[in-house]
Design a protein around this ligand. Structure first.
Ligand code: CMP
Length: 158
C-alpha cells in the first residue's frame, strides 16, 4: 500500500470508560507512533448517534446500539500518521470481539459484537466526514515531534 499521511477518527465507547480501559487503549495508539491531534469527552445523544450510525438505522440492533452509545460518556479522538486509517483499523480488529485476533484491542478486551470498545473510521471519505462531525477546526492541533520519537514511541528504543 502506498504510504500517505492521514487523519482518522476514533471513539472510545462507553464500555471503554466503564471498564477503565482509556489509558490502555490510548497507550497502544501512542506506542504505534500515531499522534493525538484532537481529544475530548462527550455525551452522545439521539441526533448525533442517528447521524453517525445512519447506515445502520434499519438494522435490528440499532435501538440497542443507540442505548449502549448513550449509556455513559465517550472519548472522541483524532489520530494522525502514515496510513493512519488502515493502521488504526488493524490495531482495533474486526467488529466482533470474539472474531478479533489476540493482540488487537477488540481481540484482547471484547467478546461482544456491540460492546466492542472502539469505533474507527473505515475509509478516507468516512474519516473526513467523521472528523467534521465531532471536531471544529480549532479543536484540532498541528504540532511537531522529533522524527525518531514519532516512529518509535516506545521508551528506550534505540
Ligand atoms: P462500530 O465499528 O462502531 O460500527 C457499528 C457498530 O454497531 C459496531 O461497532 C457495534 O458496536 C455495533 N454492531 C455491529 N453489529 C452488531 C450486532 N450484530 N449486534 C449489536 N451491535 C452491533
Amino acid at each position: 500500500m502506498k504510504e500517505k499521511f492521514e487523519r482518522t477518527l476514533v471513539i472510545l465507547k462507553p464500555d471503554a470508560l466503564q471498564r477503565n480501559l482509556l489509558g490502555e487503549i490510548i497507550r497502544r495508539f501512542e506506542h504505534k507512533g500515531l499522534q493525538v491531534v484532537g481529544l475530548k469527552m462527550i455525551q452522545m445523544g439521539d441526533i448525533l448517534i442517528d447521524e453517525h450510525y445512519a447506515h445502520h438505522k434499519d438494522k435490528p440492533f440499532f435501538n440497542s446500539l443507540k442505548n449502549f452509545m448513550k449509556s455513559a460518556p465517550a472519548i472522541v479522538m483524532v489520530l494522525s500518521g502514515i496510513n493512519a486509517i488502515s493502521a488504526v483499523r488493524l490495531l482495533v480488529g474486526p467488529t466482533r470481539g470474539h472474531e478479533a485476533d489476540a493482540g488487537s484491542i477488540r481481540g484482547d478486551f471484547s467478546l461482544s459484537g456491540q460492546s466492542n470498545i472502539v469505533h474507527a473510521s473505515d475509509s478516507k471519505d468516512t474519516a473526513e466526514a467523521e472528523i467534521k462531525r465531532f471536531f471544529t477546526a480549532d479543536e484540532l492541533f498541528d504540532y511537531s515531534k522529533p522524527a525518531e520519537l514519532y516512529i518509535y514511541a516506545d521508551e528506550g528504543f534505540k
